[in-house]
Design a protein. Structure first.
Length: 288
C-alpha cells in the first residue's frame, strides 16, 4: 500500500466520478482505475460500487475513507514540516500540464544550485496557471497564453519533432508516419496561442480547424472523436494519458516545430524572492 494510492482513493471518494477525480489529479481514468483496483486487491474487498453513472462507496469503502483521510492529511503535513525545516524560501511554480517533464532538467539544476530554496511545482491548464499568478498563488508560471501585463516577451520554449496526436481508436493511430494528404478529412485541433507563426500544413487541405487553449478539453476531444487530431511538439506530449497515441509528421520542413510561450513572474517587492524567481526563470528558458 502506497501513499499515492491512498491519495487517489481519497480524491475519487470525494469526487462525483472517476473521470472527475482523474481530471483533477491530471492522470488518465485508466490509471486511476488501475490504482484503485490494485488497492482493493491488496485489501481483499471492494471500495466502490461501480454504477451505470458514477461510483458509490461501499460500506467497507466508507470505513476505509475515514481512516485513510487522516493518514493522507498527516503525511502531507509531515512533508510540509520537513520542507519548511530545511528551506528559507519557497517558490511556487505552475506549469501547463504537458510541460512538466520538459522543464524538469531546469528545475533540477536550480534546486541543486539552491538547496535552501523549496520549489513547489504544480501542473494546471494554461488558463489556470494565469489565474494562479493573478491570485498570488504562483510566483512563476509558464503559459502558452500571453499574460495581460507580462514582464517577459514570448520566448521559444521548445524546438522539437512534430507529432500528430490522436485517440487510440483513430484510423491514423497505426500508421508509422502521417503525411499532409492523410489529414485532408480530419478535424485539426490546435492551440489558439503559440501557433500563430507556425504554418505546419496549408489550411485549405484540412476539413476544418478548431481552436482551444485547454489541453484537457483537447485531449477529451481526441478520446471521443475518431477524426480529430492534434499537432504537437514531441516535448509537450503528456505521458499520463494512455488513451492517445502520437505519430511522426512527415512534411519537411514542418516536421520540426518551434513553440513560443511565456515565463512570467509575480514580483512582490521582496529582493531575495525576486532574484530567486528570475534565476529560476532563466533556468527554465535555458532548457531549450
Amino acid at each position: 500500500m502506497e501513499i499515492q494510492q491512498l491519495r487517489y482513493f481519497v480524491r475519487a471518494a470525494h469526487a462525483a466520478s472517476f473521470n472527475e477525480a482523474a481530471e483533477s489529479l491530471f492522470i488518465s481514468r485508466q490509471a486511476l482505475s488501475r490504482s484503485i483496483a490494485s488497492l482493493e486487491a491488496e485489501l481483499g474487498y471492494a471500495l466502490f460500487d461501480r454504477l451505470p453513472v458514477g461510483t458509490k462507496l461501499t460500506p467497507a469503502g466508507a470505513r476505509f475513507l475515514a481512516a485513510s483521510s487522516g493518514v493522507v492529511s498527516s503525511f502531507d503535513g509531515l512533508e510540509r514540516l520537513v520542507r519548511d525545516e530545511h528551506s528559507t524560501l519557497v517558490i511556487n511554480l505552475s506549469l501547463p500540464i504537458t510541460w512538466r517533464s520538459h522543464f524538469d532538467p531546469g528545475i533540477r539544476r536550480f534546486c541543486e544550485a539552491n538547496p535552501t530554496i523549496d520549489v513547489r511545482v504544480t501542473s494546471w491548464t494554461d488558463a489556470e496557471c494565469l489565474r494562479r499568478l493573478a491570485r498570488g498563488e504562483a510566483d512563476v508560471i509558464v503559459s502558452h497564453i500571453p499574460p495581460g501585463e507580462s514582464l517577459d516577451e514570448g520566448v521559444e520554449l521548445c524546438c522539437d519533432p512534430m507529432r500528430i496526436v490522436m485517440g487510440s481508436a483513430c484510423p491514423l493511430a497505426t500508421r508509422p508516419l502521417v503525411t499532409i494528404d492523410d489529414l485532408v478529412d480530419y478535424d485539426v485541433v490546435y492551440y489558439a496561442c503559440g501557433y500563430e507563426d507556425l504554418v505546419w500544413t496549408p489550411h485549405m487541405r484540412a476539413r476544418s480547424e478548431s481552436y482551444d487553449n485547454d489541453i484537457l478539453h483537447i485531449y477529451d476531444r481526441l478520446h471521443h472523436e475518431d477524426h480529430a487530431v492534434f499537432p504537437s511538439p514531441q516535448a509537450t506530449i503528456p505521458t499520463w494519458d494512455d488513451g492517445v497515441v502520437s505519430v511522426p509528421y512527415a512534411r519537411a520542413p514542418y516536421d520540426v516545430v518551434s513553440m513560443v510561450g511565456y515565463v512570467s513572474l509575480a514580483v512582490r517587492g521582496e529582493s531575495a524572492r525576486e532574484a530567486a524567481c528570475r534565476q529560476l526563470r532563466d533556468e527554465l528558458v535555458s532548457t531549450i
